[in-house]
Design a protein around this ligand. Sequence first.
Ligand SMILES: O=C(CO)COP(=O)(O)O
Length: 260
Amino acid sequence: MPSRQAPVLLGVSLKMYFGHHQTLNWTRKVAAVADRHPAVTSGAAKLFVLPPFPAIVPVAGLLSGSGVDFGAQDVATEDSGPYTGEVGGPYLKEIGCRYAEVGHAERRRLYGEGDTVVAAKTAAALRNGLTPVLCVGELDPVAPDEAARRTVAEAERLLRGREGAVVLAYEPQWAIGAPEPASAEHITTVCRALRDWLGARPHHAGSTVIYGGSAGPGLLSRLGPAVGGLFLGRFAHDPDAVASILDEIRLGAAPETAVA
Ligand SMILES: O=C(CO)COP(=O)(O)O
């Protein structure tokens, strides 16, 4: 496995928190932060944003030239046809998306998505040239080794028979929407296990493991180099918080290698 210094990947899902104008205003501010922040301009950090579907096209315009990537919070299992309310991978690709999130705990819990649907959405993203941001993570708090075992098994199930680079977002379901993230030891143990698992699979070369679940400023510096970045929710709503995490990256929080 070749070893190289990879940029820290910072993803933000806006979920359904903001209105349209708020989404665009937030994007303008984050683009301005990215334009001038040395962590981004030096290539030490890479940002991506997942706005609600109707905002993707205007967000693409606002991010143009900023180096910030964007994608969708979901993708249909099918590519086209009579699927009311769905948005397919070819459409997302056509409007410039780089990423499609799949398997988020909220989609599992609130919309009944299970492994079959999540695996099909992962496949849909990959066959359309979108990088899946595949969320994995245990439902209830368990010891770090057990969480690692369950999460690797989940990744194995969801990616069986697939190839291509993925972003594996380790999101322990119990840590989403919580006051605090999982402990640094817990996050590091699971992310390292996921990295090792991916690292032994050359057909997933170029993949990255990031952590999400109440992540915010101050976390990355405590995680050490096994974690490839963060997947942010509420604690990225203030653009200054994004800048503050970029400051941490500039000061040295960097993943040891890409999984490649
Ligand atoms: O689910 C998340 C990112 O996808 C994390 O959300 P919170 O950081 O708001 O808990």
